[in-house]
Design a protein around this ligand. Sequence first.
Ligand SMILES: [Fe+2]
Ligand SMILES: [Fe+2]
Length: 146
Amino acid sequence: MCSYCGCESVTVIGRFMAEHEEVVNACGELRRSCGRRPTDVTRAADHLRALLRPHTDAEEMGLFAVLGQDPEFTEHVRTLCAEHAALDAALDRIAAGAHEEMSAFERALRRHIDREENGLFPAAAIRFAGPEWDLVVSMTPPASVP
Ligand SMILES: [Fe+2]
Ligand SMILES: [Fe+2]
């Protein structure tokens, strides 16, 4: 959790950080479900997917789209988008039975979140003023309730 720049006070960043907590909790549920009945794994994977996909879509459609226009951040944003795709694919494989990937998936998810909360989000908070945030908010789909 970033606690040094006040970026959580910006509404959209606060939303994303709250969603990260939900995603991490759902990831823990998925880890615990591995080794139980296949239906438990399916349910936990569906729950995580229902949180993760709208979250990464919202990041990409708003904050990443605007920040990615800045050449200084284009590559960073591209890397984070590639990580979204890789996490999606790994989650699908785990849901299909590749439980041996669970540890690597959880580490990759936590590392990705850390790169956002302690990298991109504070950078955006420093770089953007009011008009940029208005644009980000206007481009970000509303939070969905799974
Ligand atoms: Fe992300
Ligand atoms: Fe995120």
